[in-house]
Design a protein around this ligand. Structure first.
Ligand code: NAD
Length: 337
């Protein structure tokens, strides 16, 4: 008998680290983490780390020969900025890597006679508004609107959403017997803010970068304009949304892809929140035209009413609580000891 496990790819990353911690606290099942990078924290009980590439087919075969995978959180990806510099590599990791894991989940679902749950984090980058007038007019964008991404990362995410829907609804649709299909569930996240990991240079990182710089008394020049507005969410709500969507009864999910968000701020408003807690912070605005254009194509806010209606989504951390209870205390203790 193979041991039932939860698989988390990309577990050494920003979301992965937070998710592994929460999952190991609430579930009895062992967790297998797969990441090309080593785990950053000391080994946690019940968590087995495999260091390797999601594109390594032999590694994936070994994984399924040893374990029965019940749920997959597929977080491994090349993020936005890196994908723009190396688009073909991004396609390999983000698309071919996802395809390989969907295939693995499809085979496991068939073999178990029960669907494997496949949780996939998509992004606000899947949207692409053509210009600022349109962005001003269409503020709270719904899942099916403006799906015209202008980055490789956004294209990868949007296509992988479609692949997930294909594998969960239409896979082998011409075969004599319909296979037992996987259960694909996807969240489109806004810009994410973590108190524990330093931003890695993504287009939405100007907010968290203001905060991390001000906390260290370092000056910071925002690469977007004062009026540039996008939605954000703090890391505890990212984990909450993933766990809540995992637990939602299948029959209540009317969609495969859901927007989730917490608060929307302009860069100027973000600066004001940072200065409220770090009044000596030196934050200026020096927009970088190329990065600005990417952020301008993202919606000012996301309409997450479908998630609220279907599975009771509600963020715990609004802007006030994100700053006062999560970001500021943790960032202060990180830099000020
Ligand atoms: N952070 C955000 O703002 C944000 C927003 C929306 C969606 N997401 C998505 O959430 C997921 C996790 O994001 P994150 O912020 O934790 O990113 P991250 O870069 O911190 O983590 C990604 C992890 O994937 C691993 N990885 C990359 N290529 C790999 C490969 N070929 N094989 C195995 N592992 C590989 C990396 O080593 C890294 O640990 C990604 O899919 C990302 O696209 C993130």
């Amino acid at each position: 008998m193979r041991k039932k496990v939860i698989l988390i790819t990309g577990a050494s990353g920003e979301i992965g680290q937070a998710l592994v911690k929460s999952l190991s606290e609430i579930y009895d099942l062992p967790i297998i983490t797969l990441d090309i990078a080593p785990v950053s924290d000391a080994a946690q009980p019940g968590v087995i780390h495999m260091q390797g590439d999601i594109l390594d087919k032999a590694l994936l075969s070994r994984l399924v020969s040893e374990y029965e995978i019940v749920t997959i959180y597929h977080l491994a990806a090349l993020l936005s900025t890196r994908s723009e510099f190396t688009p073909e590599a991004a396609h390999r990791v983000n698309v071919e890597g996802t395809l390989g894991l969907l295939q693995l989940a499809a085979e496991q679902s068939e073999w178990r006679g029960e669907p494997v749950k496949f949780l996939f984090p998509s992004s606000i980058a899947a949207y692409g508004l053509p210009d600022l007038d349109t962005k001003t007019q269409y503020t709270r964008v719904r899942e099916w609107e403006w799906n015209n991404p202008r980055t490789m990362y956004g294209c990868n995410k949007l296509y992988c959403e479609q692949l997930g829907i294909y594998y969960s609804q239409y896979y082998r649709q011409l075969a004599v017997d319909r296979p037992r299909m996987l259960d694909f569930r996807c969240l489109r996240f806004p810009g994410l803010i973590s108190a524990f990991t330093v931003p890695s240079g993504g287009p939405s990182d100007y907010g968290p970068e203001m905060l991390h710089h001000a906390a260290q008394n370092k000056p910071y020049a925002s690469f977007v304009r004062e009026d540039c507005r996008i939605p954000f969410m703090a890391m505890p709500d990212v984990v909450k949304s993933l766990l809540q969507l995992t637990a939602a009864p299948r029959e209540e999910l009317r969609h495969s892809v859901y927007n989730v968000t917490s608060f929307s701020l302009s860069a100027l408003e973000f600066r004001d929140w940072v200065l409220k807690y770090f009044p000596n912070g030196e934050i200026t605005f020096q927009p970088d035209e190329k990065r600005q254009t990417i952020v301008d194509s993202w919606p000012a806010d996301l309409d997450d009413s479908a998630a609220k209606r279907d599975w009771g989504w509600a963020p715990d951390y609004d802007v006030d609580r994100s700053f006062s209870e999560y970001l500021v205390p943790n960032i202060r203790s990180r830099y000020q000891g």
